[in-house]
Design a protein around this ligand. Structure first.
Ligand SMILES: NC(=O)c1ccc[n+]([C@@H]2O[C@H](COP(=O)([O-])OP(=O)(O)OC[C@H]3O[C@@H](n4cnc5c(N)ncnc54)[C@H](OP(=O)(O)O)[C@@H]3O)[C@@H](O)[C@H]2O)c1
Length: 380
C-alpha cells in the first residue's frame, strides 16, 4: 500500500515508521513531512527513501534539497497540502500536532485518499465539514487515537447504541489536589504515567483537555450526541474504550497500552496482521481494572470541552485555539498549568458563536483567538 506520513518526526509518526519497517514489503512510503526536526527527518529519508518530503521552513527545505538532489522537497503549509493531495497515495497518516492537521486532511479527502487520522484538532475545529466531505467523497476517516480505534472496532449498528464509553488514564494528577495541580511544574506535567507522547498532547492529558478533545472527536467520527458519550477514568489503560448497546450489552476493546497497535490498525484496515507488539493478552497479568468518575472540579477543561461541543459552531474552534496557545505559554514558563483553563474559559465566554461556520469562518476565528491571546499575554 502506498502511504505518506504527515508529521513523521513526531511520536505517532516515528511509531508509524516502526510499523512500516516491521511489515517489510507491505507499504511503500511516498512522502514524509517534518516540522523543524530535520536531523531526524534526514535519518528517516535514508531509512525509507520517500519521493517527497516537506519541512516547515524554506531554509531547511533548501538544506535538504542540497543533500538529496533527487528528492522533491517542499515546505510550509502549502507543501503539506501538496503532499496530502498526491493521488499516488492510497492512504495518508495525519500525525502533525495542533491546527496544522486540518488543511492536509481536507486536501486528502478532496483527492479521494483515505485518512488515518491521529490529529484530533482537525475534527475539533471542523468536524462537521470534514466528516460531511469525507462522506460525499466516499473517503474513510480511520481514527488512530486508541480510544476511537477501540470504538471503531466495537461499533456495529449505530441505531442500537446506548452510549460510547471513552476511557481516560487520568494523567499524572489524578490523585493530586487542586493546589498540587495549580502549582505543577512543566516537568511534573510532562511526566505521563502511561503514554510517551508529544508535548502538546501530554499537557492536554494532564488537564484532561485531551479527553475533552476526544469527546468532540468521537461526536464527529461516530455521529453520536454528547448525551451519549461518557468519560470514565481507568488508570490501567487496558480497556481502550467501549460501546454500550440498548440491550445493556457492553463491547469493549482491550490490550496492553501501545500506540503501535492502533496505528497499524488504521494503516492496514480492514485487515489485521502480526505487528511489533503482538503478544497474547494475559488477563491474569493485567490484574485488576479500576474505573472512576472524572473529577470535573480538578479538571475543568473536560467540562469546557463538553460545553463547547454541545454548543457547536465556532466555540470548539475558540476552545481549541485558546488551549493550544495556552499550552505553549505554559511550556515556555509564561503561565501556570491552571491558567490554561482560565484563559480558555475566558476566550470562550467572550466569543460570539457562529453556528454552521464555513471553513473560512473557522480559520478566521482560529486566527483571531491566537492573535488576541498573543497580544493579551504580551501586555501582562
Ligand atoms: N502521541 C500519541 O500517543 C497520540 C495518541 C493519539 C493521538 N495523538 C494525536 O496525534 C497528533 C500528533 O501527536 P504527537 O504526540 O505525535 O505529536 P509530536 O510528537 O509533537 O509530533 C508532532 C509532529 O508534527 C510536526 N509539526 C508540528 N508543527 C508543525 C508545523 N507547523 N508544520 C509542519 N509540521 C509540524 C512535528 O514536526 P517536528 O517535530 O519536526 O517539528 C512532528 O512531526 C496530535 O494531534 C495528537 O493529539 C497522539
Amino acid at each position: 500500500m502506498k502511504i505518506s506520513i504527515i508529521g513523521s518526526t513526531g511520536s505517532i509518526g516515528r511509531q508509524a515508521i516502526e510499523v512500516v519497517q516491521k511489515m517489510q514489503g507491505f507499504f511503500e512510503i511516498i512522502s514524509l513531512t517534518g516540522g523543524d526536526n530535520i536531523d531526524l527527518l534526514r535519518e528517516q529519508i535514508k531509512l525509507v527513501a520517500p519521493k517527497n518530503v516537506c519541512v516547515k521552513s524554506e531554509e531547511n527545505a533548501l538544506k535538504l534539497q542540497k543533500e538529496f538532489p533527487k528528492l522533491n522537497v517542499v515546505f510550509g503549509e502549502q507543501g503539506l497540502v501538496d503532499i496530502a493531495s498526491d493521488k499516488t497515495n492510497e492512504r495518508i497518516l495525519v500525525s502533525v500536532s495542533g491546527k496544522t492537521g486540518l488543511k492536509p486532511t481536507l486536501a486528502a479527502i478532496e483527492n479521494n485518499i483515505d485518512v488515518a487520522l491521529a490529529n484530533k484538532e482537525t475534527l475539533v475545529m471542523a468536524g462537521d465539514i470534514v466528516m460531511a466531505r469525507a462522506k460525499e467523497k466516499g473517503v474513510k476517516i480511520l481514527p488512530v487515537d486508541s480510544e476511537h480505534g477501540a470504538i471503531h472496532q466495537c461499533l456495529s449498528n449505530r441505531e442500537e447504541v446506548e452510549k460510547l464509553i471513552i476511557t481516560a488514564s487520568g494523567g499524572p494528577f489524578r490523585t493530586k489536589t487542586i493546589e498540587d495541580i495549580k502549582n505543577a511544574s512543566v516537568e511534573e506535567t510532562l511526566h505521563h504515567p502511561r503514554w510517551n507522547m508529544g508535548k502538546k498532547i501530554t499537557i492536554d492529558s494532564a488537564t484532561l483537555m485531551n479527553k475533552g478533545l476526544e469527546v468532540i472527536e468521537a461526536h464527529h467520527l461516530f455521529s453520536m450526541p454528547y448525551e451519549k458519550i461518557q468519560v470514565v477514568v481507568h488508570p490501567q489503560s487496558i480497556v481502550h474504550s467501549a460501546v454500550e448497546y440498548i440491550d445493556g450489552s457492553v463491547i469493549a476493546q482491550l490490550g496492553f497500552p501501545s500506540m503501535h497497535i492502533p496505528i497499524q490498525y488504521t494503516l492496514t484496515y480492514p485487515h489485521r496482521f502480526e505487528g511489533i507488539e503482538t503478544r497474547s493478552f494475559d488477563f491474569v497479568k493485567a490484574g485488576r481494572l479500576d474505573f472512576e468518575e472524572p473529577d470535573m472540579e480538578k479538571f475543568p477543561c473536560l467540562k469546557l470541552a463538553f460545553e463547547a461541543g454541545k454548543q457547536g459552531g465556532t466555540l470548539p474552534v475558540v476552545m481549541n485555539a485558546a488551549n493550544e496557545e495556552a499550552v505553549y505559554m505554559f511550556l515556555n514558563g509564561r503561565i501556570s498549568l491552571w491558567e490554561i483553563y482560565e484563559i480558555t474559559a475566558k476566550m470562550m465566554e467572550q466569543h460570539k458563536n457562529i453556528l454552521n461556520p464555513t471553513l473560512d469562518e473557522i480559520l478566521e476565528t482560529d486566527m483571531m483567538v491566537r492573535k488576541s491571546l498573543v497580544g493579551s499575554v504580551c501586555k501582562n
